[in-house]
Write a protein that binds this ligand. Sequence first.
Ligand SMILES: [Ca+2]
Ligand SMILES: [Ca+2]
Ligand SMILES: [Ca+2]
Ligand SMILES: [Ca+2]
Length: 403
Amino acid sequence: MVTTVTSYADARYRASTGMGYDGVVRISGGGQYGTGALLFDGRAVLTAAHLVAGATASLSVAFQTGSGTQTYSVSHTVVNPNYLVWSSSNADLALVWLSQAPPLGANRYDIYRDSNEMGQDFTLVGYGQLGTGATGAVTSNTAALRVQAHNTFDADAATLKSYLGPSMAWLPMLGTQLAADFDNGTSTQDALGRLVGLQNVGLGLNEGLIAHGDSGGPAFLAGKVAGVASYTSSLSHGDINPDLDAQHNSSFGEMAAWQRMSSFQQWIDQSMRARYPNAPTRPDEVQKQVSEGHSGTSYTYFLVQISGTRTSTSTSPLISVDYATRDGTATAGSDYVATAGRLNLYPGEGHAVVPVEIVGDTVREANETFYLDVFSPVGGTLGADVVKLTAVRTILDDDLPLI
Ligand SMILES: [Ca+2]
Ligand SMILES: [Ca+2]
Ligand SMILES: [Ca+2]
Ligand SMILES: [Ca+2]
């Protein structure tokens, strides 16, 4: 991660444990290093396809949390099918599933589902090469420092192509990549200002950019993954070259692109749903009581089902609801993993599940309950005058008393 600070080891740019970034992981495999983010089901890690698509060696995923560094193996990998079909740089996304439950202290993230990213300031987090905007990336990140920086989403990458033509050697698919340039507060290094007329010196000297090793890392808006780091470029057009040193090294005057999660959410959601073990598909299959287990986590599922007809029009094909867990006698963090997000039902889907992780232990306890609230429906209703639905789960203690 290249930032504008004089020292890239500056504590202000560390994404230290306990700051909300403990679900940002370092991915290793095939001699490559990259970054990823643990998604809301606590099993799937979102990253870039180019890190994993050709990896013959097995991948591993390292977490840094308050309980130290823990490394997990991967049980399954799915690369976005369009990565192989569309031209390079497009649909550069993969999901990898952990072979076992990760640390409870690792944050789980929803994806950012609204399409109002442009113009917003975001936080990028990763394990990439270190450097400054003035020097570019100068050193590999052998200490596996997790670093954060900030930037502003400037444009859809396809817009750049429409201005630059052959000066940009690739063809981003419309609406699928978020571009940001690396500003230092001057118009001279305002890459997208000079190249495509998007004058905006952004956060000035407070900006950062991705570098090697940050690939697959998250760009956060409101604590949700809005983008997945994909590539950087030193762009020029005719005699205009905003790059500070005219070298492709993540310096001031370059740009980067993130795959845009709001345009890939259907693929992400449906890929995850396809791998939930024993998920119910009908109300009579829903288990309202779940055995706690003794270690790791297991799932309980809440089923969201459409009854009646969709009210959405073709311009709004989604039905969605927001959801959030809530403590009853069970406590989030020790008995189950709190989760909150938005669930979409896509065209052709009549139901979907919200998985919640149940925390196993060997402590003798009472049976305990928690709730899932469902609210803010879009494209449908919860029922006349109903603003919130609540379902309850009982965690059955399965530990013997000490005798
Ligand atoms: Ca910028
Ligand atoms: Ca700019
Ligand atoms: Ca450069
Ligand atoms: Ca137990």
